[in-house]
Design a protein around this ligand. Structure first.
Ligand SMILES: [Zn+2]
Length: 165
């Protein structure tokens, strides 16, 4: 980052704002005290996602975020928590140091984190992304959850009934 006035690369950050797309920093040049703003784009990892039907697409943070948002609808889960899940999932994907990942593996990573946050959101996400082929495997998942706690039991039963229609 060079000062637009004197070209010095020594600056101090006065203010930082982070959005989902970039980090905006207000800087002050240490040499001439000019103030300027820099935008750092948050780089998305260049990883290919192999979808269930075999098609390949570029990894997209937005897609994961949207999937989680849909599962968390009306569940009173803050944006920060959702962003944290996305960050954790992304970290785990990067840790693998592989150039591609199956979409189902991403789904499982999301589920691992959603489970800790909200059981209804977890089941919603599971029903879409694990693509339960029959009702039995879905039932098994719910039974597993029911064994965990009474509260869980109540929520998942309610969920199951509404899915059954
Ligand atoms: Zn300067």
């Amino acid at each position: 980052m060079l000062c637009p006035v004197c070209n010095s690369n020594k600056s101090r950050v006065v203010e930082t704002r982070i959005t989902s797309e970039y980090i905006r920093r207000r800087r002050e040049c240490k040499l001439c005290q000019s103030r300027y703003t820099t935008y750092e784009k948050i780089a998305e990892p260049t990883i290919l996602v192999i979808k269930r039907n075999g098609s390949i697409e570029k990894y997209s943070r937005d897609k994961i975020t949207n999937g989680i948002l849909t599962a968390c609808r009306k569940r009173n889960i803050s944006q920060e928590v959702i962003q944290e899940i996305v960050n954790s999932v992304e970290k785990e994907i990067l840790k693998r140091k592989k150039k591609s990942i199956k979409s189902s593996e991403i789904g499982k990573l999301v589920l691992k984190h959603l489970k800790k946050v909200d059981i209804v959101a977890y089941i919603r996400f599971a029903s879409v992304y694990l693509n339960f082929t029959d009702l039995d495997s879905f039932k098994k998942q719910i039974e597993k959850l029911e064994q965990k706690s009474h509260k869980t039991n109540y929520n998942s039963k309610k969920m199951f009934i509404s899915i059954k229609g």
